[in-house]
Design a protein around this ligand. Structure first.
Ligand code: NI
Ligand code: MN
Length: 227
């Protein structure tokens, strides 16, 4: 499975023969200026919650690809009204798409769209199929006991994408505990270094995970990670 990092919490994954884009925040991100949003391919756009640093390019990418947008009921409704194909979900529910299962899970955070529209409760996604394995995209979340439900209710995780930048989400120390809660040894960090409050010490972050026998990857812009 090939993963491309577009900065902040934006990722593109090839999974189950489809191209999935998560939380696209590219055009407003100075650190991602070299990425041309017009060239981003997507069959599905998945949004964890409504904050601008997760949805900024969602409409553009969905429309230019005719992609289906997957999110909670409130966010999906908002984009459906803009003429985008959507799939509505809510916490604890899973659905089998043509690339695999998607389960929308709890995130401890907040959620509102940039224009003030109510955006429901924030979430994350656990995604799996028999061929490509299983991963967790946490979105923005605090460390929460609900993460312990993931290994109880989903297949074994091959990797997880967790926020590590602190201030708005878990910091890396809490994210290392989250890796234990979700019983996952390989973590891709996100939501770090984009703004001053989320700037982190990379070596200290990696050490926090190593101390628990876990591996933290901190991707660089446009980096392709093979999982
Ligand atoms: Ni947020
Ligand atoms: Mn955020």
């Amino acid at each position: 499975m090939n993963i491309t990092y577009f900065g902040h919490s934006s990722f593109q994954l090839e999974f189950g023969g489809k191209t999935l884009v998560f939380d696209p925040f590219i055009s407003p991100n100075p650190a991602a200026a070299q990425i041309n949003v017009d060239e981003i391919k997507a069959d599905y756009v998945l949004l964890s919650h409504g904050h601008g640093d997760h949805v900024a390019d969602a409409e553009r990418i969905a429309k230019q690809n005719g992609a289906t947008l997957i999110s909670n009921y409130e966010i999906a409704s908002y984009y459906a009204a803009k003429g985008i194909n959507v799939h509505y979900m809510n916490h604890g529910g899973k659905f089998h798409f043509d690339f695999g299962w998607v389960k929308y899970v709890y995130a401890a955070h907040s959620s509102v769209l940039p224009d003030g529209t109510y955006a429901g409760n924030p979430g994350g996604f656990v995604i799996w199929n028999d061929k490509d394995g299983c991963f967790y995209f946490a979105g923005d979340s605090a460390l929460t006991m609900d993460m312990k439900l993931i290994p109880m209710t989903c297949p074994k995780l091959d990797f997880a994408i967790l926020p590590v930048g602190d201030n708005f989400t878990m910091g890396y120390d809490d994210a290392a505990i989250a890796a234990e809660f979700i019983q996952c040894d390989t973590i891709i960090g996100c939501h770090f270094d984009t703004f001053p409050p989320v700037t982190i010490d990379h070596e200290a972050a990696k050490k926090a995970f190593e101390a628990k026998g876990k591996r933290l990857l901190l991707p660089t812009l446009n980096q392709q990670v093979e999982m």
